[in-house]
Design a protein. Structure first.
Length: 225
């Protein structure tokens, strides 16, 4: 399985840190956030990684190179301006699907911290996506989607927050045009047809979206040793 790390966001709420580095290079206890992802992917044997970039993207390339230092193969999907999540994945499909045109791939937001990757398995029959949800954090109390019998729904039941981690089938993007578009509306369309499976993510998860959350994460990691 190949993986994509979404790294094109501007990171406005992490300024002034993101005035000089792209958000995924913001350090957590001295290590750039994105390197935690790369190391976890490599440990699972996922070595073909695509990273999209826009704002200060050249610094990602300069820092990570071809991935050889981490035991992986990194390729980059450059965006002149950020294409949002859906558009960014669509732009990267030629890299993600090269040689295995129908193989699902893992996507992770570059601005979240996790202590471990979730268990990865093939998509369920008929599914075009699999999402991991987390308990609602303080900054997002109403959640995004419901999870019923391992299927994700827009409505019904308790809503949880989308973690920014998912497995997607290339066919999910077949009818979408090139250019910027959000992923959530596309997923909602497939949810209504029962084509999005899901699970709760059990590990430590943090959306490192603000300076205060970054500081709280570092304190938590230090206290946990």
């Amino acid at each position: 399985m190949k993986a994509m790390i979404l790294a094109a966001g501007r990171g406005e709420r992490l300024r002034p840190l993101t005035d000089t580095v792209p958000k995924p290079l913001v350090p957590v206890l001295g290590k750039p956030l994105i390197i935690y992802h790369i190391e976890k992917l490599a440990a699972l044997g996922i070595v073909d990684i695509v990273i999209n970039h826009a704002w200060l993207g050249h610094k990602l390339v300069e820092t990570l190179g071809d991935g050889g230092a981490f035991g992986v193969n990194i390729r980059y999907s450059a965006e002149e301006t950020a294409l949002e999540t859906g558009g960014g994945i669509k732009r990267a499909l030629p890299l993600l699907c090269e040689g295995e045109s129908d193989a699902p791939f893992l996507v992770i937001n570059g601005d979240v911290f996790i202590d471990a990757l979730p268990p990865l398995s093939p998509l369920a029959e008929g599914a075009l996506a699999h999402l991991w949800l987390v308990p609602n954090p303080e900054q997002h109390p109403n959640g995004d989607f419901a999870l019923v019998d391992n299927r994700v729904h827009e409505l019904g039941g308790t809503k949880y927050t989308f973690s920014g981690m998912g497995i997607y089938h290339p066919k999910l993007f077949n009818d979408m045009p090139e250019g910027a578009f959000a992923l959530a509306p596309l997923l909602r369309t497939q949810m209504s047809q029962g084509r999005v499976s899901g699970a709760m993510f059990k590990g430590l998860w943090c959306d490192v979206g603000t300076l205060s959350r970054l500081q709280a994460l570092e304190s938590r990691l230090q206290n946990n040793g």
